[in-house]
Design a binder for this molecule. Structure first.
Ligand SMILES: *Cc1c(COP(=O)(O)O)cnc(C)c1O
Length: 814
């Protein structure tokens, strides 16, 4: 661990109150008496920002020296969550803020709540990027996050009266947003289209149109690290004069086109996750932020130099590609080096391959981006030439390694019609990592097997992690206090392995009871949160059982809802004795991609099961179901600490890692889960006896695919499953309408690609074990406490340490 230095510019509560007053006056133009919570939020945020400013500028100055290699994390998504509370924590200003705000006559919580959550990510991948920039700053590593400041984030989710998902635009910038600092003077020009011509023996790209990329800087304060890094999100604007020229020629359509195109580029986040999108605008977005960022990095390390020596570039900075979205950066850096700075191909190639590394986030082949060559050719004609040349060089290299022609063909980066971005990233960078041990192994065995055979040393694993600052300290203050009490120090916040010190306390019944009391208090608090936010009544004396994550078939929300239906039916018809039933409240949280038909139908089904179950007096007090709308970071921070049983029930081999699973374990929930993603490592660490394992493993799944999977067989063989599906098909959850869920039912019975039915019995059977343990609160909580004590490994600080050691080969600033 690096030495922790105190944050700079300490301030008293009185001084901080004065600073907020000053901001209210000079920036909001209101008196304290006139101020609303929203005003105070903006004013306090600006005051905190000012406190971070010196450290930020100092960190940048030290970074710019280039003595320690900088990390640039390239990600199309950063799901940051609300900023104020986190900035206060990391700046060491929480107490001063609380007192100052109270002195001004406000409740601290109301001020923090006044922030609008920036939803610039879909789910796990975007949240991972946010955890990583937090850890980089907290470890004192010089780093930039680079991405896009979308004007519209992930859609807001509500449900209509039929329980269907309704998406509304998330115009998060409609009010003043005090965190992003727009820097018009450090813009970059990003060009598209046109043609490539031969001039004096050189290939010269003559683009057709350009957009202005303007950086919006967000401070990323490390926790007590004395470092404040930068998250630089680009926003796209049109060049006015470009429009005017066309306008003056009376080419009105031509005049508007580039402007509309320009501003569209950063208009909206693609609401997709683990599905294929092949949209032109998406490629424009990817190229837009990557091109601007690469030029930005060159300017940062070689300011004002016309002919910088870029052979040192990869010693100063390396670029981590968060999935395939930024992979166009590889040909872009080649183009910059060759076309803009006159390097020869081989020199450019050696700089580029040294500078890039790639994180693969999937095993689903359909989620690996493949771009039509025609589209790349139209938008980025020079890049297509470079990609072709890379592809040819790759083939020659493979031939030299003795790889046979058929395999070389299978591995083609450029097929003639398409460009495979994952392959380009694997060949064009130094390292490829999967995101959990199992996932990295499966990448080598299956998805990227040929590549792993040809370049074994490129492949490595970095198991994901989550930041303990946001997901324990901020989300769960009660547990944080108890951990600090148990360990006698709060150093665990930046060194999560220290949680191991809680292990002996699992044998101390008094401590376990305190731990149980924390959970109960969190449940109580969540009941209030749910009442305020969703207007629902929850019985806090039921088991809180949660499944929250994106809605996707592979994650198998269907499995959970079928088990709920089966439970409901069992109580109704007496096959389950109502007196024996452990009272449960089941929470779902999940957004479905707007175009994902079966996922949206699953949401509708769950909502209607909830409607029927919650209004049925026969199961009252035994079973309740709530689909909480608009799962986001705020909900995660409130729901996870209150959860007792967490669902991680994806089909084995499909969830690359998961990070939700880590958040729950660290907050003292027990997991019911499959051997998938990081569940495998969680179970290894917390102990098999402290994890509810069910279902097929990867090998069993593969052999079932191989022998031919017939879901109907499982429907026929487990009466609980048959009954549940029959209720759905028979209209119980659609007011008698037998067609309402016909496509879902048909999919279950005839296709069921993710083998929900095959795992149903195992899943239903393990419930008895779960409930038996729950009736012994001391035993349950002992196991939950051991989950906390043994999950320190899942800190994103550890993940970043792995990257530093195995991939980036750099460390904290001197
Ligand atoms: C952690 C998190 C995720 C990722 O959850 P998984 O269960 O790993 O898919 C998605 N969305 C939000 C809001 C999160 O906080």
């Amino acid at each position: 661990m690096t030495e922790i230095t105190a944050p700079k510019s300490p301030v008293t509560a009185e001084q901080f109150a004065d600073e907020i007053r000053e901001q209210l006056k000079y920036s909001q133009g209101v008196t304290v008496e006139q101020a609303t919570a929203a005003d105070v939020y903006v004013a306090a945020s600006k005051a905190v920002r000012n406190h971070l400013q010196d450290v930020w500028m100092d960190t940048q100055a030290r970074t710019a020296k280039g003595e320690t290699k900088t990390v640039a994390y390239f990600s199309a998504e950063f799901l940051m969550g609300k900023q104020l509370e986190n900035a206060l924590l990391n700046a060491g200003l929480t107490d001063q803020f609380d007192k100052a705000v109270e002195a001004l006559g406000f409740e601290p919580k109301d001020i923090v709540d006044a922030e609008y959550e920036p939803g610039l990510g879909n789910g796990g991948l975007g949240r991972l990027a946010a955890c990583y920039v937090d850890s980089l700053a907290s470890l004192g590593v010089p780093a930039f996050g680079y991405g896009i400041q979308y004007r519209y984030g992930i859609f807001k989710q509500t449900f209509d009266e039929n329980g269907k998902q309704v998406e509304t635009p998330d115009y998060w910038l409609k009010n003043e947003e005090p965190w992003g600092h727009i820097d018009y003077n450090r813009d970059q020009k990003v060009s598209f289209g046109g043609e490539v011509v031969e001039e004096n023996g050189k290939r010269v790209w003559k683009p057709a149109w350009s957009v202005r990329a303007i950086p919006v800087d967000y401070l990323v304060p490390g926790y007590k690290s004395g470092n404040v890094n930068t998250l630089r999100l680009w926003t796209a604007r049109a060049y006015d004069e470009f429009d005017l020229l066309a306008f003056n020629r009376s080419e009105y359509m031509e005049a508007v086109k580039p402007q509309v195109a320009a501003e569209n580029i950063s208009k909206i986040l693609y609401p997709e996750d683990s599905t294929k999108v092949g949209k032109e605008l998406r490629l424009e977005q990817q190229y837009f932020f990557v091109s601007a960022s690469l030029h930005d990095a060159i300017r940062f390390f070689y300011p004002g130099e016309d002919k910088p020596d870029l052979t040192t570039f990869a010693d100063k900075i390396c670029f981590q590609l968060n999935d395939t979205h930024p992979v166009i950066g590889i040909p872009e850096l080649m183009r910059i080096l060759i076309d803009e700075y006159d390097y020869d191909w081989d020199t450019a190639w050696s700089i580029t391959t040294k500078a890039f590394n790639y994180t693969c986030h999937t095993l689903l082949p359909e989620a690996l981006e493949v771009w039509p060559a025609s589209l790349i050719g139209e938008l980025l004609p020079r890049h297509l030439e470079i990609i072709e040349k890379i592809s040819d060089q790759f083939k020659a290299e493979l031939k030299g390694k003795g790889v046979d022609d058929a395999t070389i063909n299978d591995m083609a980066i450029y097929t003639g019609d398409a460009v495979r971005m994952a392959y380009l990233a694997t060949y064009g960078g130094s390292y490829v990592n999967g995101v959990a041990a199992l996932h990295s192994q499966l990448l080598k065995d299956m998805t990227l097997k040929n590549f792993s055979d040809a370049y074994p040393s490129k492949f490595t694993n970095v198991t994901n992690g989550v930041t303990p600052r946001r997901f324990i300290k901020l989300a769960n203050p009660r547990l944080s206090d108890l951990i600090t009490e148990g360990l006698g120090t709060d150093k665990w916040i930046s060194d999560l392995d220290l949680l191991e010190g809680l292990e002996p306390l699992a044998n101390d019944d008094e401590f376990v009871k305190k731990f149980a009391a924390v959970k109960q208090a969190n449940k109580h608090a969540f009941v209030g949160f749910a009442k305020d936010h969703y207007g629902i009544d929850i019985d806090e004396n039921t088991m809180f059982n949660t499944m929250c994550k994106r809605l996707h078939e592979y994650k198998r929300q269907s499995l959970k809802i079928l088990a709920v239906i089966s439970r409901y039916a069992g109580i109704k018809n007496g096959t389950i004795n109502a007196d024996d039933v452990l009272p449960r409240t089941v929470f779902f949280g999940a957004k479905a991609a707007p175009g994902y038909y079966l996922a949206k139908m699953t949401i509708q089904l769950i909502n209607n099961v909830a409607r029927v179950v919650n209004n049925d007096p026969d199961v009252k007090g035994k079973l309740a179901v709530h689909f909480l709308p608009n799962y986001n970071i705020e909900m995660a921070q409130n729901l996870i600490p209150a959860t007792e049983l967490d669902e991680q029930i994806s089909q084995a081999g499909k969830e690359a890692s998961g990070t939700g699973n880590m958040k729950f374990a660290l907050n003292g929930a027990l997991t019911v889960g499959t051997l998938d993603g990081a569940n495998v490592e969680i179970r290894e660490r917390v102990g098999a006896e402290n994890f509810f394992l069910f279902g097929m493993n990867v090998d069993e799944v593969e052999s079932l695919y191989a022998t031919g999977y017939d879901p109907a067989k499982y429907y026929e063989s487990d009466p609980r499953l048959k009954q549940a599906i029959d209720l759905v098909a028979g209209g119980t959850f659609s007011e008698g309408d037998r067609n309402a869920y016909a496509p879902l039912v048909a999919d279950w019975l005839t296709k069921d690609w993710f083998m929900t039915l095959a795992d149903f019995s195992s899943y239903a059977n393990i419930q008895a074990q779960i409930e038996e343990l729950y009736t012994h609160p001391l035993d349950w909580n002992r196991k939950a406490l051991l989950n906390v004590a043994r999950s320190g490994f899942f800190s994103s600080d550890r993940a970043i340490e792995d990257y530093l050691k195995d991939i980036w080969h750099t460390g904290p600033l001197a």
